[in-house]
Ligand binder design. Structure first.
Ligand SMILES: Nc1ncnc2c1ncn2[C@@H]1O[C@H](COP(=O)(O)OP(=O)(O)OP(=O)(O)O)[C@@H](O)[C@H]1O
Ligand SMILES: [Mg+2]
Length: 164
């Protein structure tokens, strides 16, 4: 106990450079950063959970203080279970604010010891989301520099498989 652990939750379907920017900003601030992949099958993810996890593990291979876990159920329960007290969320634009504000206050109500910390990404990534990445990929747009090459390759392969 005593280690400062941050939980960074999301669907990561797939991980992109906006996510990585936030993770890299967390690394010097915490002893451990746990990327928590939500098992949300209702959201019909493009990538199965195992592949989302594997891609994150590959791109975080050079960051020994980062690890990947999956969770379902309440985020505060997961956070408590792994001994963390900080949930990190990225804020891209004002449009993220309302929903994030609601979730942070609900989580505080559910467990007042868990604090939500908001971080701003580099401006270059402030418009980026997994949804947009998948949409542009499906239409054949150029995405170099917005996600790791490994992710862009997998995205191309998935979409090609989906088309055939
Ligand atoms: N470009 C970005 N810059 C900073 N934070 C981001 C960015 N994209 C997502 N995040 C943050 O990452 C966390 C996980 O988000 P999530 O998995 O929903 O990613 P997403 O890109 O928003 O995907 P989707 O389009 O499926 O919602 C959230 O806190 C979200 O605000
Ligand atoms: Mg999102």
């Amino acid at each position: 106990m005593g280690a400062k652990i941050a939980v960074y939750p999301g669907s990561f379907d797939p991980i992109h450079n906006g996510h990585l920017d936030i993770i890299q900003r967390c690394v010097p601030l915490f002893d451990e950063v746990v990327v928590a992949v939500l098992r949300n099958d209702e959201k019909r993810p493009l990538f199965p959970e195992a592949e989302r996890v594997e891609m994150i593990e590959s791109v975080l291979a050079g960051f020994p203080s980062c690890r990947v876990e999956t969770f379902s159920g309440l985020l505060v329960d997961f956070t408590r279970r792994i001994g963390a007290r900080v949930v990190v969320r990225g804020l891209r634009a004002v449009s993220d604010f309302e929903n994030e504000f609601q979730m942070a206050l609900m989580n505080r109500r559910l467990d007042s010891r868990v604090e939500t910390l908001f971080m701003m990404p580099r401006e270059d990534y402030s418009y980026l989301s997994s949804r947009l990445l998948k949409e542009v990929a499906a239409l054949g747009g150029e995405l170099t520099g917005l996600a790791p090459d490994l992710v862009l390759e997998r995205l191309g392969a998935r979409l090609a498989a989906a088309r055939s």
